[in-house]
Design a protein. Structure first.
Length: 690
């Protein structure tokens, strides 16, 4: 467990990577009904120039997006990130169809990728297999004679990715980021915590739908109507109790709230209901004397819950956790549909399932992503793009170095520390320097259930084996085709998969104005995360260390509160405003990122002796192109369900407010579009930290 701060929130992940099948034949290449194309960095067709740019620049830049790119039936949204993700899926589709038909040597990456995918595609075999693959797992639960026997089962669940009560694994030590340690933290919830606790009409409706969903799932594995209804009610009651002792999403952003270095023996003091010696032994973890107990109060609360919950309810909850974790894309059709109906239709507003080839490509990418990613990089990401985007990152780092010098509120001693951290940031572009070794993972064509469980256990054991070992700073947490990026405060690195380094975010064929306005702003965003309310608590080596003077820390908080107050006024849904405290880190990074990208753009233009105020063939000055490129990188339209879901659970503000919030704080934007004082896009009080 480590804190990771992402730039883009792709939002769509309703399929679980589990499969059940008999021997399939080699599948025929699967059709691609719709072709997605890369969108240019400045696309006039999605603009609505009838809108005053100084009143609502998002509508000006993106007003026709919904007409040009309406929400597909198999998605809860349509946006630039979605379009690029679908384009990448097409690329993976080509790679996977070829691998599935290759008859590659046993044990090769091509064999593993191809057989995983081919087995996934055989929906008929999956359905014919039915519930048989679940039976050994369900029997483990039925064999429990006492709650005292829980520990080995909970440990096994951690290995196969089943969310029950807790989360266990490895993380970087916040006090010594060169070293991996074990952690244990809160878990066991199948909705975000506050859904169980809020009292609004919509939240009550979702809880009722959730309970019905649990009952329907339990009936599909053989429970009677009456038993399923009773078990579902008991499970919701149990998860509500877990929610009450869990930290909320805002508090979880504070690293000091999730790091408690304690002796292993303290687990027994906190939660004596679980035999932790047996648990740790069953995970296969190396011998440990201490670990991070992320939320000690949760562990105390968990003990109370286990003590007062009867064995039958615990077993019902475990059955639900097992089935829910293993349902989705590759479960039998009835379970798959029930899983999608709640997670997709009701929570996110998706009308229908994606085509199977799309869902299977996502399964393979999650399961053996770096094996698949090698072929993706060969097709999509030439060395020239890596060199060019790395050069952009370095120029933005130079801009931040200069920007730190201009901060009149920061003391010289803190500036020295800030620059030291900045100069230690590692830049990871495109793909890992060393690819993950999958030689110990066995993939068998026709054994979908076994492939999926082995893939989950392979990754869990790979990470657990790194406990007590030096940190591998070459590791990535995203696959090469991912349309996203992140900053890791423990690693002090910024990570840009090849998947996002394409148009509209980046193209070698579009000028610096558009490249810096789009991907440059994301690069600046990730760099700023190292100095936001969360990232600033870590030093340049990734250690949790207070390197701020007391006075500067107070000034930082005052400036950060400006963002909290600004974004908390945005009405994201009819009954929901943006949570300015939850979104503070992302809002700070958005604002800082645009500023740094703009500084770098100006430096490049000056070096090239370009007149940024001269009109170009596109009809805009280079200065204006920069801001249009930024706004258009966030063009999107969401279902009402998704909009509310994001507004209540996501640390990112909805896209519209990300653009409005950032540009309203930008005097450079106001100048580029000749916005006068009093215009709606101009904040009465400009917020700025970096």
């Amino acid at each position: 467990m480590h804190l990771r701060i992402q730039a883009l929130s792709l939002l769509v992940a309703v399929a679980a990577p589990l499969a059940f099948a008999q021997q399939p034949a080699t599948p025929a290449p699967t059709p691609t009904p719709k072709t997605y194309q890369l969108i240019p960095g400045l696309d006039k067709s999605i603009m609505d120039t009838s809108v005053d740019p100084c009143t609502d620049f998002y509508k000006y830049a993106c007003g026709n997006w919904a007409k040009q790119y309406p929400i597909p039936a198999d998605s809860p949204w349509s946006g630039q990130g979605y379009n690029l993700d679908q384009y990448n899926r097409q690329v993976l589709h080509i790679i996977l169809d070829k691998a599935a038909a290759a008859n590659a040597p046993e044990g090769s990456n091509t064999q593993k990728v191809g057989d995983f995918y081919a087995t996934c595609l055989d929906e008929a075999a999956t359905d014919a297999k039915g519930l048989a693959p679940y039976q050994p797992e369900l029997e483990r639960i039925a064999a429990l004679k006492s709650k005292d026997d829980l520990a080995p089962l909970l440990a096994y669940y951690q290995l196969i990715g089943v969310n029950a009560f807790i989360s266990f694994g490895k993380q970087q030590d916040f006090q010594d980021a060169s070293h991996n340690i074990a952690y244990i933290s809160q878990g066991g919830l199948d909705l975000e915590r506050d859904y169980f606790l809020r009292t609004g009409a919509k939240d009550i409706e979702i809880r009722q739908q959730f309970e019905k969903h649990i009952a329907n799932t339990l009936k599909l594995i053989g429970e009677s109507d009456a038993q399923a209804a009773a078990d579902a009610a008991a499970i919701v009651k149990l998860e509500t109790a877990l929610a009450k002792v869990s930290l909320d999403v805002t508090t979880l952003r504070d690293p000091k709230q999730v790091y408690h270095w304690m002796p292993v023996g303290d687990l027994t003091k906190l939660t004596p209901s679980i035999n932790w010696t047996a648990f740790l032994a069953a995970t296969g973890a190396p011998a440990i004397t201490h670990l991070n107990i992320g939320q000690p109060d949760f562990m105390v609360g968990l003990n109370t819950i286990l003590t007062h919950t009867d064995l039958a309810t615990v077993q019902a909850y475990l059955r639900w956790e097992l089935i829910n974790s293993l349902s989705g894309t590759l479960s039998p059709k009835a379970l798959d549909e029930e899983h999608f109906d709640f997670d997709g239709r009701k929570l996110a507003g998706i009308q229908q399932q994606e085509p199977r080839w799309k869902r299977c490509s996502a399964v393979v990418d999650r399961s053996v992503g770096e094996a698949l990613g090698q072929s993706y990089v060969e097709m999509q990401f030439p060395p020239s793009s890596k060199a060019s985007t790395l050069d952009m990152v370095k120029s933005i780092e130079v801009s931040m170095d200069k920007d730190i010098d201009t901060l009149d509120w920061m003391a010289p001693a803190t500036k020295v520390q800030a620059k030291e951290k900045l100069h230690l940031v590692a830049n990871k572009i495109g793909y890992p320097n060393k690819w993950r070794d999958y030689s110990k993972l066995k993939v068998v064509r026709g054994d979908a259930f076994g492939n999926a469980l082995r893939a989950r256990e392979f990754e869990a054991r790979r990470q657990i084996a790194e406990i007590n070992q030096p940190v591998n700073r070459d590791e990535w947490d995203m696959t090469p085709s991912t349309v996203n990026a992140y900053y890791d405060p423990s690693m002090n690195d910024i990570n840009f998969p090849a998947g996002i380094l394409q148009s509209p975010y980046y193209s070698p064929d579009q000028g610096d104005a558009l490249n810096f306005g789009s991907i440059g702003a994301v690069m600046g965003h990730e760099l700023t995360h190292g100095f936001d309310d969360e990232g600033r608590q870590f030093d340049g080596h990734g250690n949790l260390r207070d390197w701020w003077t007391k006075e500067d820390a107070a000034k930082f908080q005052e400036k950060a509160d400006c963002f909290v107050n600004e974004y908390s006024q945005f009405q994201a849904a009819p009954d929901t405003k943006v949570n300015g405290r939850l979104t503070l880190g992302e809002n700070s990074a958005d604002n800082g990122g645009l500023r740094l990208a703009y500084m770098s753009f100006l430096a490049r233009a000056a070096a090239a002796q370009q007149d940024i105020n001269a009109k170009t063939d596109a009809g805009y000055t280079l200065d204006q192109q920069f801001f249009v490129g930024y706004a258009q990188s966030w063009c999107s339209v969401w279902s009402p369900e998704l909009e509310r879901l994001v507004a209540t659970t996501d640390p990112h503000a909805p896209d519209h407010f990300r653009v409005i919030g950032v540009l309203s704080n930008s005097p450079e934007f106001a100048k580029a579009f000749s916005c006068k004082a009093g215009s709606k896009m101009i904040a009465t009080k400009v917020c700025r930290v970096w």
